[in-house]
Ligand binder design. Structure first.
Ligand SMILES: Nc1ncnc2c1ncn2[C@@H]1O[C@H](COP(=O)(O)OP(=O)(O)OP(=O)(O)O)[C@@H](O)[C@H]1O
Ligand SMILES: [Mg+2]
Length: 495
């Protein structure tokens, strides 16, 4: 049971640890202004608010957050022996939940259940639970995982490309290689690999991650290194950075190519000296964590374009793990396997789990012909949507709904008629607008649905000038044939 992003408005280490326990990424805020900025920038699944701020300031935050950002669940965390307002006062004021203390795990898990139910992410999370019940079987392991490679890596695939990546993962995980670089297009499994390496090396320790594309330069520096009180205007208390929070565990620097060049120099120093200082600090702090950097850009080209430091590139590129895209010929064999794996393990529609059991030959061929710009993530979404739509025991061609523009690219058969009068840019804009509408403008979910990163989604929203209101207006327009085709992608029958 975990969330993707949690913002913590507190400097209490117990509350920060609570967030670490239940979230992949944790963003710390010192005060209300900082908290509003962070919430606006990273769109967290939950905000944990220290009750010590008092009802007045917390009420002010709830009002401003509601006006500026829309609904974000805010949970107030009390502290023993220091009452400041009652739980009902906060709940009536708009808080999503209340915890008596930072150790109130039972209540925290109930709150996460409610958040998952409300946002529909429960299906994704329960996959792991679903998996564990069938994972033990020998037949299951043989069917989906490559031979002689630790199943703990949990990466489906037997293609030539996957086997060579898995060998590298095993070698690197078992070595002392630090830092580690993972490269691959979006959705190829970089984070899955990072977690697998973490499990092999530091089981039981912290795994913390930060997306270098999601934060401004100063916010990212402060997130990574922490800062001391008075380091800059507004720094009215000390803050612990992720390098320190990772302890003897793992720090994943996602989308490292997006890290500002100045910060790249500071990171290089940490990798060389294995120590760092907080912003404004004078004390050296040891860095014991394994640092994993991931990138979906070609870092060598970024170096040539002078956007990425050459010295940092060579420091990172010792034993790179490369994940091939699904459309690569040496990876194509995995498409059928992955589709069957997601069909078997998805918890998107529990009542259909034993009812929808296979895919027709034509459906598989269709999957194998497709271009897969969003790679495994997109394949998983396509299979889950097919499960939702399917009314028989077999997923057929009609249940497989693919992006028509990518189909055209892959099959090079313009005669299909699906894209007549439809420019690539228009199709892209339309898909993005529909994904945003479908997810109620939750950008993390919309990006996941589209198989792109949040940063890419932000850029596209800006590029196409997509706005909530204008999209609503568009939706009221009578739909033409193309619109109907696209809309069928996003309106699955209720299961
Ligand atoms: N080989 C695999 N076997 C099973 N599931 C996989 C595999 N590869 C990826 N996935 C699943 O696909 C989804 C995307 O994977 P992940 O988040 O690790 O990709 P990523 O490369 O980090 O993407 P991005 O660059 O967009 O952050 C996840 O749900 C992950 O569990
Ligand atoms: Mg990732």
């Amino acid at each position: 049971m975990s969330l993707s992003r949690v913002a913590v408005v507190s400097k209490d280490p117990d509350i920060q640890q609570l967030a670490q326990r239940y979230s992949r990424e944790v963003f710390g805020a010192d005060d209300l202004a900082d908290a509003l900025d962070i919430v606006q920038t990273v769109n967290p699944d939950l905000v944990l608010f220290d009750q010590r701020f008092g009802p007045g300031r917390i009420g002010e935050f709830l009002d401003k957050a509601d006006k500026r950002i829309g609904s974000v669940p805010v949970v107030i965390v009390g502290s023993e022996g220091r009452p400041s307002g009652s739980s009902s006062e906060y709940l009536q004021g708009g808080a999503f939940g209340y915890l008596q203390t930072s150790k109130d795990y039972v209540q925290m898990e109930r709150i996460i259940d409610r958040i998952e139910d409300a946002s529909g992410i429960a299906g994704r999370q329960t996959d792991c639970e679903n998996l564990s019940s069938i994972e033990d079987s020998e037949e299951y392991a043989q069917r989906f995982f490559a031979e002689n490679i630790a199943c703990s890596v949990s990466m489906v695939g037997k293609s030539e490309a996957m086997v060579s990546s898995l060998k590298m993962i095993k070698l690197v995980a078992g070595s002392r290689c630090n830092p580690i670089l993972i490269v691959g297009e979006t959705g190829t499994g970089k984070e899955l690999v990072a977690k697998a390496i973490h499990t092999v090396r530091h089981a039981g320790e912290q795994f913390v991650a930060v997306n270098c594309a999601a934060l401004t330069a100063s916010l990212l520096e402060s997130e990574l290194f922490g800062h001391v009180r008075g380091a800059f205007t507004g720094a009215d208390r000390d803050k612990t950075g992720l390098l320190e929070l990772a302890g003897g565990g793992t720090l994943l620097l996602d989308e490292i190519s997006e890290m500002p060049v100045d910060l790249q120099a500071k990171l290089l120093r940490v990798l060389q000296d294995r120590s760092f200082r907080k912003v404004g600090g004078v004390k050296d702090i040891k860095c014991k964590a394994t640092i994993i950097a991931s990138s979906n850009r070609n870092l060598k080209s970024e170096v040539e374009a002078k956007r990425f430091r050459e010295d940092l590139y060579y420091r990172l590129n010792i034993g790179p793990i490369v994940l091939a895209p699904l459309r690569a010929p040496e990876r194509r064999d995995d498409i059928k396997l992955l589709a069957e794996y997601f069909l078997k393990t998805s918890a998107i529609c529990p009542e259909k789990r034993d009812k929808v059991t296979s895919l027709t030959k034509l459906a598989i061929e269709n999957l194998e012909r497709y271009h897969w710009p969003g790679n495994v993530r997109e394949l998983r979404n396509v299979i889950e949507r097919a499960i939702l739509l399917e009314t028989t025991d077999k997923i057929g061609l009609s249940g497989i709904v693919l992006d028509p523009t990518e189909c055209a690219q892959a099959s090079q058969s313009p005669s299909s008629g699906l894209i007549r009068g439809f420019s690539l840019a228009r199709a892209e804009r339309e898909l993005i607008a529909r994904a945003l509408k479908e997810t109620g403008w939750q950008k993390t979910r919309a990006a996941a649905l589209l198989g792109i990163t949040r940063a890419t989604l932000y850029a596209k929203v800006k590029q196409y000038n997509i706005e909530r209101e204008s999209h609503c207006a568009e939706a009221r327009r009578p739909a033409n044939r193309d619109d109907v085709l696209i809309s069928s992608l996003h309106e699955p029958a209720p299961c």
